[in-house]
Design a binder for this molecule. Structure first.
Ligand code: 7RM
Length: 635
């Protein structure tokens, strides 16, 4: 029996049991057989959730790019590693072979070194979905610099907060980006952000759109001339297993975004292993994940997981709706995609177009369909299954988080029978627990509560960048000796898990994790606004959309509300980005509050969801009288 390739349900249970009973032996075998180590580990695992401190493969030495690139050169040098599909369908696709990727990553790594980047330095990567994004990431990993990718749809304020939080020395960006019919002045956003980023010494600029940009003397440089000069040999920096590989920011329910820190060896082993099995990837398959590399899904399942397996991974620059809603299906047909991984929000938007768009194309290459980012509702699940998978390709509903680094609960295709809206069974090595509010684990089946994980897995984030206290408080303090996910879940009569949504104040809009606090902060910046509270409400396409309850400083504000709504959304676009725009804004005289002054979002959520039959006990409120008024005027 090979632990690396699960073929039927019996085998899943066998391997799963082994991974739980003897986790160290299990992961040691996987690590030994399938990766390239410069030195093996002294100890497979040491952990203490109370501190918390987690170490996997301590003492081992490696470089992840040798595992993702170098070791494939002999057998897969001419195989396509990255298949780039541009935004504009008339622009030819690019097949970047493993050999070419090797040379381009090394050149980029040499450029980074020549511009003063050393092991441990942080490099901010703010690049659209073009090959240079993947190459920049791998180049950082090659020399041991810590990459911090910021989604290229984020605003200048969001960018500068992230640059400053992790003290980045360099930004890699592009002149502009293409998104559907739009061209975005990315460099202009960087320039604005950098007015408030004293730590940035150098900016490397990829030419993509040829737009008119300004280059700041001594700081900004075009990348191409530097690459032309660079050697295509760059020895890999030998890293410790627990050296940081990257920082990736995720919203929290309060305050600043959290810079989740992922380390090298455990992340590599688990993302590679989960990629192989969760997608049942086979040599010569063409795999496509539509996520942006600015999110964890792109890090783990466009770059590291697929490349560690020597796979062909599609990198798509555009959007599902351009030039029309057939774009995804056209790409699947054109490149004969075998595994297709996308988000429920995209599925809902595409389903809205009907099935004609899908039927124009030959999708018979598809073997496995994936879903990630939020709960996939029944309707979307069936549409995906019937129209895209033609009822023959299993859908893997994969539950995981930025913090978990990789897939945690998922069916294994052709192995685990699927069930709509259920992420089904824990992946190998994952020990979930459902706990009640008192922190007691609910054993057995048919239970519902909060989802926790009881035992470390190799790809878990090790800390929050320079804020270990917050890491401990957020994930390890709610329940003793368990990692708390922030999600609610139930376990059905056969032991399948269904994720019911966030139990904190993070709202997931179109698959993007948005914290309430930063959006409220942006609204509150408006001079007319006194206070605001954001909640989610169900939305056909986005899954959840944002509803804002806003109190004005001057209740008799003379400007018409429509203008104010526009100005508030404008502020949000500037501060956070268009993804955080509000769908509904209700102006109200007051917000329901506890006596200690906390806004009771629970009540607002019920009102937004139009579910006011049972608001719970509102007598403890500071101002119960405002609830009726809000209900009467709800949008
Ligand atoms: C990978 C990713 C994490 C949050 C998570 C959940 C929600 C993700 C699913 C899901 C139900 C799923 N990372 N979530 N996948 N909910 N079913 N299959 O999305 O850090 O951006 O978000 O997303 O609430 O805690 S993330």
């Amino acid at each position: 029996m090979s632990n690396y390739h699960i073929k039927h349900l019996e085998e899943y249970y066998q391997i799963y049991r082994k991974s739980i009973r003897e986790p160290e032996n299990f992961w040691e075998e996987v690590a030994e057989e399938h990766f390239l180590w410069r030195k093996k580990w002294d100890k497979v695992l040491s952990w203490d959730f109370a501190k918390p401190e987690i170490k996997w493969f301590e003492g081992a030495k490696l470089n992840i790019t040798e595992n993702c690139i170098d070791r494939h050169l002999v057998t897969r040098g001419e195989k396509t590693a990255i298949l780039f599909e541009p935004n504009n369908p008339d622009e030819p696709a690019q097949h970047i072979t493993y050999q070419q990727l090797f040379e381009r990553v090394n050149k980029m790594a040499n450029v980074l070194k020549s511009q003063g980047i050393k092991k441990g330095d942080r490099v901010c990567i703010y690049v659209p979905m073009i090959p240079e994004l993947a190459i920049a990431i791998l180049a950082c990993a090659r020399i041991g610099a810590i990459h911090s990718v910021v989604f290229a749809g984020f605003s200048a304020t969001a960018l500068l907060t992230r640059i400053n939080d992790s003290d980045c020395k360099m930004v890699i960006t592009s002149d502009g980006s293409y998104r559907g019919a739009k061209t975005i002045d990315l460099k202009g956003i960087v320039d604005e952000a950098l007015e408030s980023c004293p730590g940035i010494e150098k900016v490397l600029v990829v030419k993509r759109t040829g737009g008119n940009i300004t280059m700041k003397e001594g700081r900004d440089m075009w990348l191409q001339p530097l690459l032309d000069e660079a050697s295509k040999q760059c020895p890999a920096e030998i890293m410790d297993a627990e050296d940081p590989l990257f920082i990736l920011y995720t919203s929290g329910s309060t305050g600043q975004p959290k810079g989740m820190v992922h380390t090298t060896a455990g992340y590599m082993v688990y993302t590679a292993y989960s990629f192989k099995n969760a997608f049942q990837y086979r040599e010569n398959d063409v795999y496509w994940c539509t996520a942006d590399i600015g999110w964890i899904t792109g890090h783990s399942y466009i770059i590291y997981g697929p490349l560690a397996n020597g796979a062909t991974t599609v990198l798509f620059e555009g959007v599902p709706s351009y030039p029309d809603f057939g774009r995804f299906w056209e790409i699947i047909d054109k490149h004969k995609v075998n595994q297709f991984y996308t988000a429920p929000t995209a599925i809902r938007a595409l389903a809205k177009q009907g099935s004609e768009m899908v039927e124009k194309f030959d999708l018979s290459s598809i073997k496995v369909l994936g879903s990630v980012g939020e709960p996939i509702n029944e309707e979307a699940w069936h549409w995906y299954n019937d129209n895209v998978g033609k009822k023959k390709s299993p859908i893997i509903d994969t539950w995981w988080q930025t913090e978990t680094g990789a897939i945690m609960i998922t069916p294994i295709p052709f192995v685990t029978p699927t069930k709509p809206t259920y992420a089904t069974l824990p992946f190998i090595g994952v020990q979930p627990a459902i706990v009640n509010e008192a922190g007691e684990e609910l054993k057995g089946n048919q239970v519902e509560g909060r989802l926790c994980i009881k035992f470390p897995w190799p790809s878990m984030a090790r800390t929050i960048w320079r804020n270990h206290k917050r890491y401990k408080e957020t994930y390890f303090s709610t329940y003793k000796n368990m990692y708390f996910t922030g999600d609610g879940a139930l376990r059905d009569e056969v032991g399948y898990y269904r994720i019911t949504g966030r139990v904190d104040d993070v709202i997931i809009v179109s698959g993007h994790n948005l914290g309430t606090a930063p959006i409220e902060d942006a609204i509150n910046e408006h001079p007319a606004v006194a206070e605001s509270a954001i909640v989610g409400f169900p939305h056909d396409i986005k899954g959840t959309a944002l509803y804002a309850f806003v109190t004005l400083k001057d209740a008799g504000e003379s400007r018409i509300h429509e203008n104010l709504r526009k100005e508030i959304n404008q502020l949000i676009t500037e501060r956070i980005g268009p993804i955080a725009k509000l769908d509904k804004i209700q102006f109200t005289a007051g917000l329901p509050k506890t006596r200690s002054g906390k806004i009771m979002r629970r009540i607002l959520r019920k009102i937004a969801e139009k579910d006011t039959s049972n608001l719970g006990d509102i007598s403890t409120l500071l101002n119960p009288e405002c609830v009726k008024e809000i209900m009467d005027e709800a949008l």
